[in-house]
Every structure is written in structure tokens, then in C-alpha cells.
Design a protein around this ligand. Structure first.
Ligand code: PEP
Length: 258
């Protein structure tokens, strides 16, 4: 299984800044077997970055942060995943900011997962409990609900085409009072996720579905998070905005695989 290092730039960086960042990344990183490097810029930067990447024989993949689940039609202001075909390799679905700032529900998200699969783009389905849910002992229920809810509109054989990202909401750096997750806490949730996949879709799917961790990852803690059993990579927000930090994490992932 590959190790995924994915940077989520959220609503940051202009098109010009995104392009300079990518140029630096392409110059500094060498392709490494088994390491998948991907960045998720703002929607408006995707097309120019795609052109920049094609010229450089892409060793960096592009990720959409969001899209609408219908392929085309009268949906003013939306962009469909079918319009993103050929531009991105991955698309984030159900990031906690989409769930809690924009009110997206499992009903919306299962349609997005299905739309991405239908269009040959790998969905990165984010799941994770809030601090309150954790404190009330509801983590297992929330993870099951978000995981199986998000996957419920695709065929069982397509589940391995989805990347799951475990992102506890209380560990995401932009949230007030965020705290670092301990590797043991993450390991427990990763186990729950893989058990759920195994019970519902079988051992092969549980073993072959990539599961990433995200939440306040930085160059100092990335090694500890990458070596948690069952973790296949990292989804990085704040720290990915500093290209040197993102590159340090990529280098670390390479050393750990070597
Ligand atoms: C995220 O929002 O996906 C994320 C993981 O953010 P951060 O790394 O800043 O906690």
C-alpha cells in the first residue's frame, strides 16, 4: 500500500502563490516509490496548476476540496466532479468544515462519494468525532455512522477505491482549543474503522482500503503518526501551507519507507 502525503490548503493562497508553491515542490522533491504526494488548492487554482504539472510530468497529484454531486445542470455556483475529470486525481468529501460549517450530512456525502467513483476520481472520505462526542463515549458510533453512511451508495467492490481520512475534529488545528491526538487514541480509532470495514465488506477490503490520519500534523509529530499501525498516510492542513514543512514531512515519509 502507498503512503499518502496530502496537503489541504483550504481557502488559502492566491492562484499565483499556489503556482509558486507547486514550482518549489516540483523542484525539491524526487519521485519515490510508494509515496503519493498530493495537494488540494482552491478550486480556481486547479486548472493552472494542472497545466503546470502536465508540463513537468506530474509527480504531484491534485485534489479538489469539494464539488457538487450532480454531473451537470441548473445548479448555479456549483462545480461538478464530472467537470473536474482530467484535472484532479482525488476529491475530499466530508471534511469536518463541510459537515459543521456548511451543514453537509451523510445523505449529501454518500452522493458525493458515488459521484466521484462514477467519474473515476478517488474520494478522500473524512470522518471524525467532535470533542463532545468523544467525551460522551460516542466515538465508535460516530465513526461507524459517518463511514458506512458515506459509503452506502457505492458497490461493495468499489469501497477499496475510496481513501478514508480519520480526522478527529478536536485535533484540527484551526478549531479553538484543539489538542494533539496521542498515537494511542488514533490507533484505537483506526482499529475501529478497519473492524467496521471488515465486518461490512470483508477482510480484503478492510486490508486494502487506505486510511489516513489528519489533525495538527507537523514535521515534529509526523513520524509518530505515520508509524501508527494501520495508518497509510497523512492529511495535513495548516502545516501544509508552509512548503518547507510539507517537504520535510514528505522526506520523512520516504525515510520511513526506505
Ligand atoms: C484538516 O483540516 O484537514 C487538517 C488536518 O488541518 P490541520 O492539519 O491544520 O489540523
Amino acid at each position: 500500500m502507498k503512503t499518502y502525503i496530502v496537503g489541504n490548503w483550504k481557502m488559502n493562497l492566491t492562484v499565483g502563490e499556489s503556482s509558486i508553491y507547486l514550482q518549489k515542490l516540483l523542484k525539491r522533491i524526487r519521485p519515490a516509490k510508494g509515496i503519493e504526494v498530493a495537494v488540494s488548492p482552491s478550486l480556481i487554482a486547479i486548472q493552472p496548476l494542472r497545466m503546470q504539472l502536465d508540463k513537468n510530468n506530474s509527480k504531484v497529484k491534485l485534489v479538489a476540496q469539494n464539488f457538487y454531486h450532480r454531473d451537470y445542470g441548473a445548479f448555479t455556483g456549483e462545480v461538478s466532479v464530472s467537470q473536474l475529470r482530467g484535472l484532479v486525481n482525488y476529491a475530499i468529501v466530508g471534511h469536518s468544515e463541510r459537515r459543521y460549517v456548511f451543514g453537509e450530512t451523510n445523505k449529501d456525502l454518500k452522493q458525493k462519494v458515488a459521484a466521484a467513483i462514477r467519474n473515476g476520481i478517488t474520494p478522500i472520505l473524512c470522518i471524525g468525532e467532535t470533542e463532545n462526542e468523544k467525551n460522551f463515549g460516542e466515538t465508535a458510533d460516530v465513526l461507524r455512522d459517518q463511514l458506512l453512511g458515506g459509503l452506502s451508495e457505492i458497490d461493495a467492490e468499489d469501497v477499496k477505491k475510496v481513501v478514508i481520512a480519520y480526522e478527529p475534529v478536536w485535533a484540527i488545528s484551526s478549531n479553538k482549543g484543539a489538542r494533539l491526538a496521542a498515537p494511542d487514541e488514533i490507533a484505537e480509532s483506526i482499529k475501529l474503522i478497519r473492524n467496521e470495514l471488515k465486518e461490512t465488506y470483508g477482510k480484503e477490503t478492510a486490508d486494502e482500503t487506505p486510511v489516513l490520519y489528519g489533525g495538527s500534523v507537523n514535521p515534529n509529530n509526523a513520524g509518530a503518526y505515520l508509524t501508527i499501525p494501520g495508518v497509510n498516510g497523512l492529511l495535513i492542513g495548516g502545516s501544509s501551507l508552509v512548503s518547507d514543512h510539507f517537504i520535510d514531512i514528505i522526506e520523512l515519509a520516504k525515510r520511513l519507507r526506505a
